[in-house]
Design a protein around this ligand. Structure first.
Ligand code: SF4
Ligand code: SF4
Length: 149
């Protein structure tokens, strides 16, 4: 009997860096700003000035001349505190509305495997979103909130 498909069956990052290139930058939340500035040991003001670009009333991570994220150097140099948007990929909320989007996203991400039933995709996305919510709740209850994990 076939065992249940897991998120790990659907996705395994190949560390290729394609998602760290182009696409208009990575949105960062207030919590991301606090976490990354603390990780780098600089003030939030210096972090925003040095590594970010204003966008649509908020900020995105700046890009280097080659189009890569300012924190990409063969790998993510802020991996422990990378923005929520980077941590979420590819199990993003939009897929709950449109699971067919998985195969479209996979065209730009070699770590995403295709050919799965949409119900398996939906279940895995829900599972990962639930995991993330649980982790966020634990962090908000922790006195170490805002520091790298
Ligand atoms: S494009 Fe996909 S496989 Fe490549 S680094 Fe990003 S998440 Fe990993
Ligand atoms: S923060 Fe890290 S994972 Fe996110 S785009 Fe930049 S290099 Fe990639």
């Amino acid at each position: 009997m076939r065992s249940e498909i897991t998120p790990e069956d659907l996705f395994e990052c190949q560390q290729c860096g394609q998602c760290c290139h182009g696409y208009g930058g990575t949105y960062i939340s207030r919590t991301d700003i606090e976490n990354i500035a603390a990780y780098l040991g600089i003030s939030e003001a210096v972090f925003l000035c040095r590594y970010c670009t204003p966008s649509a009333g908020g900020y995105v991570l700046a890009q280097k001349d080659d189009g890569f994220c300012v924190f990409w150097d063969q790998l993510c140099t802020i991996h422990p505190v990378k923005p929520r948007m980077c941590r979420a990929w590819p199990f993003i909320e939009n897929l709950l509305k449109n699971p067919a989007g998985w195969d479209v996203m996979a065209e730009a991400c070699p770590g995403m495997r295709t050919g799965f039933d949409k119900n398996d995709i939906l279940r895995c996305v829900r599972e990962k979103l639930h995991e993330r919510d649980a982790m966020r709740n634990r962090q908000s209850e922790s006195p170490a909130d805002g520091k790298s994990s």
